[in-house]
Every structure is written in C-alpha cells, then in structure tokens.
Ligand binder design. Sequence first.
Ligand SMILES: *Cc1c(COP(=O)(O)O)cnc(C)c1O
Length: 387
Amino acid sequence: MQPREFLMIPGPTPVPDAVLEAVSRHPIGHRSADFSKVLRETIDQLKNLGATNNDVLLFTASGTGAMEAAIANTINQGDHVLSLVCGVFSERWARIAEAFGARVERLTAEPGEAIDPAAVKRRLDADSEKSVKVVTITHNETSTGVMNDLSKIAAAVREHGAISIVDAVTSFGAYPVPIDEWGIDVLITGSQKALMLPPGLAFAFVSKNAWAAYDRCRTPRYYFDFKMYRKSLEADTTPFTPNVSFVVGLQTALQMLHDAGRDAVFERHLRLKNMVRGGVKAMGLELFVKDEAASPTITAILPPKDLTVDAIRKRLKERFRIVVADGQDALKGKIFRIGHMGYVFERDILMTLSSLECVLTELGYPCPPGKATSAAVAVLSGAVTAK
Ligand SMILES: *Cc1c(COP(=O)(O)O)cnc(C)c1O
C-alpha cells in the first residue's frame, strides 16, 4: 500500500474532492437550461475573480488553445508583434505569432530574470510610427519561477496604443490580476493551475480594444473564432459541445474560491511562496530567482553541488510519493521546481520541505533536520511577514 501521490508541480495541480465529485456526475445537455445557468454563474465568477467587465470566452482546450485563439483573432499576416521573452512559455507566444505569419521582435530577459518594464517602455516610446500592433506578455513564467511586473508593462503598452495579450495561466486565481484597472486587452488562462480543475478548459478575457483588433483581423480561424463564442454567450451557451462536466466542476471550484475570499486566497499564495523560499534558503540551497522577481505560485531551486535533479526528484517520488518538476528545455537538469498553486496549503509546504530535507540527507547532502521547516514555521507564525 502506498500513500496518495502528491503533485507539487506547476500543473496539473491537486483537485479538491468537491470538484472531483462535481466532474464525475452524469453530463448534462449543453443546450439545457441547467447548463445555461451553470455557465452564466461561472462566467460571472470568472469576471469577479479578474475584476473585469470584459467578455469571457470559454474554450474546451488546454491553455495553449486559448493562446492560439488570442493570436488568431487579433493579428494579421506581417503584423509587427513585440514578444517579451523570459522563458519557455513567453517564447511560446512568439512561436504562435510566427506560425500565424507575424513579424515577431523579441525583447528578452535572461532565464531567472524578469522583463524590465523600463526597457519595454523605452522600446515602445521609440516606436513613434506605431509599427508594433501587439505585445505578448507572460505574467508568471512557469519555466523559471519569475513573475513579471504586469501592471507596469501593461501601462506602457496602453500608453503606446498596441494591444496587450497576456498569459496569466499560473497567476490568475492565485495573484491579483485586475484586468480592467491594468487595461489588459486579451488575457488567457487555463483550468489546471490555480483554478483547481484538471486540464481541459481555457478562457480568454477580451476587451473593447481587442474587439476592434478582431474586426481588422483577416486570419483564418474557425473553432477558435472569438465572435462565435461571444454570440453564443448572449444566449448563455457555447457554439460547440463544451466539456460540460468541467464547467460544472469549475462552478464548484470558483464557488470555493469565492467563499474563501479572493484576498485570502492571494495572501495564502504569498505565504506559501515565503515558506518555500525561507525553507529552501535554510537548507543552504540556492534559489534560481531573486526575491523581487519571485513567483507566488512556483519556486525554482538549484540542486546542491554533488546531487542531480534526477536523483532528488526520483527519491522524493519513491520515498514520499511527492512529485516536483524538472527544469524545461535548456534548464532541464539544472533546476527543480516546486509548484504551490491552487488547492495547496501551508500543511503541504511543511510536508514537502521536511520530505525534501530527509531525501537530501539520505542522498548525502548535509541538511540538519528541522531547519527548513522551522524557517517555514517562522513565516507561518508571522515572524516573517508575508509579502
Ligand atoms: C501551463 C501553462 C500554460 C498552458 O499550457 P497547456 O499545457 O497548453 O495547458 C501556458 N502558460 C503558462 C505560463 C503555463 O504555466
């Protein structure tokens, strides 16, 4: 007999029992009044969570589907797109835009560093001819554990007049993303990260300016055509058969977030971040991202000198059934990543840190037992303020 596998990866994330129960019911018809009611309430909750009145379009797809939809509905062949690239997911925006024929310019940051908002502003200020039509931004770069200063970057884009397209897959629902206040034109997110569902649903929040870009857009698309979704939504339905079970599950998940309180949920994620970072530092390990740019939902850690990422991950899994993530692409084997988003609590961090201590000790890294957990407990007891 083995304990339940515990996912401390940046998605999919653990799913609450109530949500599992909701998704396991018999599907309801997507043209029924029951479904329309669920859909309406779900869309309203999503607007509430994003502090926005923008249209919310729901797709049965992974997060990347909504990314493709955002590009396919706003850019034309040859459009100048500025992609802010600081890792695998922000690079994905550039590649999708290129696939749709955009002329992509990358403004990059080193892995582990955030995009400099001042550099974005300088680049856009220099674009006096308004050649840049779209700026793509990844709020939380999951591959490195960096959170970008979206509020400042979005302000620079707004001042310039380009359309901002934002991936908030690993921030939405865990960190404040006030879409209207920050003036974000298209924001996309997915079900399997902070929203506590399995993978399978994706969302796009679409502003007035983005609809104007839609009206100028000639790019071929069908399944992901924004207007079909908006038109259906006016009748509280979807153009095609959505994953009805997940929409029902999402209603439960969003109700749980609502009952917990948006701000309390955001504060919990900051606390989890501080617990993990405090614990990791106490173990004498090096964090990949400095405090100012650190993500509230994912922490990247360098292995101790004589240990491999593989060995640490393998032993954590075998010994405690805890799964942490490897680095991606160029960072594979260089860092390991602990996800702490969604249905993840203080207890889970204590468990992960003490398991990690144990594993490192067994692998020969001198790691005095209890140091990491004491540092994490200090965060919990408020000796270190959550910020
Ligand atoms: C998980 C994730 C996505 C979506 O990836 P899918 O596998 O398509 O769901 C997009 N962006 C970021 C930053 C992510 O972490």
